[in-house]
Design a protein. Structure first.
Length: 585
């Protein structure tokens, strides 16, 4: 509640129960999650009598099988998706569906595929940016159930017909993970009548047995049995204020900024009301559909045998009810959908798997906006930038001419044109620097900067690291071992084919100062390189001699970059090809 991001790996949790030691009253004993003081961090036992039935917990992780997505694998409680019952690692999952606005919601489920969701806990699953100002009644998980009535205020309810009013996510069996012989969405393991489907009439709907609603007295016909109706002679008015007590009442809460309309005033919002102009008659039969109906008779002429709201003429599974979970809900068949979670820890719109700084927000200033790291563009306040190209004069080779950001030497501060720097063989080396402009370079570690295909003449080493895709990048450093790098000057080190501006790959090496050089190869692992074309390969901050600002000779070997085949490696002038600018063996 301090408003600051913290690294979960740096928060001590000695007993690995998901409660940090700082607030854990029993830091060396894991919490027993049984609904009794689960936030104190101490194992405890309920003093109440055992219920007639206890839901199973196969993997013993404290999450019942009915809510456990991985019933055979225990939850590892690492503050990341601890409620799903699956062991997981923060930030390792990734999606494979198109997501044009990169908001983590695939286009096929995104109502606004070109506008990024702003994740403000209000309808975050629709993919549209929105705002909501809650005045009194809070709903942190945005599941439509106010926090005072929500048993799981930080986890959204899954509206699937099972305990939809408790505010907790749950899973309805779909015959894929657990048997449900009578197809009433209650697994046989907890169904007291596995051969007879439950009749959902508001009376013991979770026991799996059909009940006769006519045998349950309801004097005021408000859908609440007299046995639990505090006002049995007065019907409930269903205004979302204490609707379960059976008494008519007036909500004394401040109206929300926006409320969904209810044209027929039957207490069911139009967005969920099948008959928006006809009020529900609440007779314990399909009271949730918003239509007046008689038991055994469909609200309209069309037949819907499984009562899932999809007519038999359109229902591919007319005898089996649809599970409305947002996945192919229109086909009428029960199904389950696999969810792939992609986190954006810093909320900057770049997912952690492509964010070089997952805990720090990107500053969108048109300068390296795709790396996910905050950066500062020179603004003439701390250091001079005469041409306003965001490259300080101290490292700008052309301080009086702004850089043209076109992917060609964008860090030297000089304007250049891709039209004058053709790359006929598409090997990533422009023709003026390519000794073989019509033959693509073979990236094998031998003279890779000359642009010519070549073969190593040295004897094979005792061991060579494999390179499955043959792109010249060893598998141990290749993020995409089955797809060759396309060497287009953009992220050529990651081994993945990419397009400028596409998502980068996850770094596979430690880089403490985030200067792009792995600590193992960085001479100054805790001080970032200054990138001023003066010894930029050592990873240390340094100051370039004054002539570097005006002479295009990055390696200071006396040969200008345009004539130097190795502009970042000084010529050794050993009498062997001294005019090419490259050190010779």
């Amino acid at each position: 509640d301090d408003g600051c991001p913290e690294d979960s790996e740096a928060i001590p949790d000695s007993d690995s129960d998901g409660i940090p030691d700082a607030v854990d009253q029993c830091p060396n004993q894991p919490e027993v999650y049984n609904g009794l003081d689960d936030s104190d961090g101490c194992p405890d036992k309920t003093q109440t009598a055992l219920s007639q039935f206890t839901f199973p917990d196969t993997d013993g992780d404290g999450i019942e099988d009915r809510r456990d997505v991985c019933i055979d694998e225990a939850e590892n409680y690492n503050d990341y998706l601890d409620r799903d019952g699956c062991p997981d690692v923060m930030g390792t999952s990734a999606g494979d569906k198109p997501d044009a606005d990169f908001d983590g919601i695939s286009d096929d489920r995104d109502s606004c595929p070109l506008e990024r969701e702003n994740y403000n806990k209000f309808e975050d699953s629709d993919g549209c940016p929105d705002t909501l100002r809650l005045l009194i009644v809070h709903d942190i998980d945005a599941d439509g159930i106010p926090d005072p009535d929500d048993a799981c205020p930080y986890s959204s309810e899954t509206y699937n017909g099972l305990d939809d009013s408790d505010g907790c996510p749950d899973v309805v069996a779909d015959n894929k993970l657990e048997a449900d012989s009578d197809g009433d969405a209650i697994a046989d393991s907890v169904d007291l009548c596995p051969g007879q489907p439950e009749v959902y009439n508001g009376f013991q709907d979770d026991d799996g047995c059909p009940e006769d609603s006519e045998a349950i007295p309801d004097s005021d016909s408000d859908g609440i049995p007299d046995a639990v109706d505090q006002c049995p002679a007065e019907p409930e008015n269903y205004n979302k204020f204490e609707d379960s007590d059976g008494c008519p009442d007036v909500a004394e809460i401040v109206t929300k900024q926006y409320e969904f309309p209810d044209t027929d005033n039957d207490g069911i919002e139009d967005r969920r009301d099948v008959c928006i102009d006809e009020a529900e008659n609440y007779n314990d039969y399909l009271d949730w559909d918003g239509c007046p109906d008689v038991k055994g008779i469909s609200a309209n002429v069309n037949i819907d045998a499984d009562y899932d709201g999809i007519l038999d003429s359109l229902d591919q599974c007319p005898d089996t009810a649809e599970i409305h979970n947002g996945f192919q809900d229109e086909d009428g068949c029960p199904d389950s959908v696999e969810h792939s979670i992609i986190r954006d820890s810093d909320g900057d719109g770049l997912f952690d798997n492509v964010d070089a700084c997952p805990a720090l927000k990107e500053t969108y200033n048109f300068f390296q906006d795709a790396d996910g790291c905050p950066d500062v563009v020179a603004d003439n306040k701390l250091e001079a930038d005469s041409d306003g190209d965001a490259i300080a004069d101290s490292v700008d080779l052309c301080p009086g001419q702004p850089e043209v950001y076109n992917g060609l030497d964008d860090s030297d501060g000089c304007p250049d044109s891709t039209l004058t720097s053709r790359d006929a063989d598409s090997d990533g080396i422009s023709d003026p620097l390519d000794a073989c402009p019509n033959q693509p370079e073979v990236y094998n570690g031998l003279d890779d900067s000359d642009g010519c295909p070549d073969k190593t003449q040295t004897a094979l080493p005792q061991f060579a690291f494999p390179d499955t895709d043959g792109d010249g990048i060893e598998d141990r450093r290749d993020v995409c071992i089955d797809k060759p790098e396309n060497h287009n000057g953009y992220l050529d080190w990651d081994g993945c084919p990419d397009t400028r501006g596409a998502e980068p790959s996850i770094p596979t090496y430690a880089d403490s100062d985030r200067d792009g050089y792995p600590d193992a190869e960085d001479s100054c692992p805790t001080s970032p390189e200054t990138w001023n074309k003066y010894f930029d390969s050592d990873g240390c901050p340094d100051i370039a001699p004054e002539q570097q600002r005006f002479v295009h000779d990055s390696d200071l070997d006396g040969l200008l970059n345009n004539n130097d085949l190795c502009p970042t490696e000084p010529e050794d002038f050993d009498g062997d090809a001294d005019e090419d600018g490259c050190p010779d063996p």
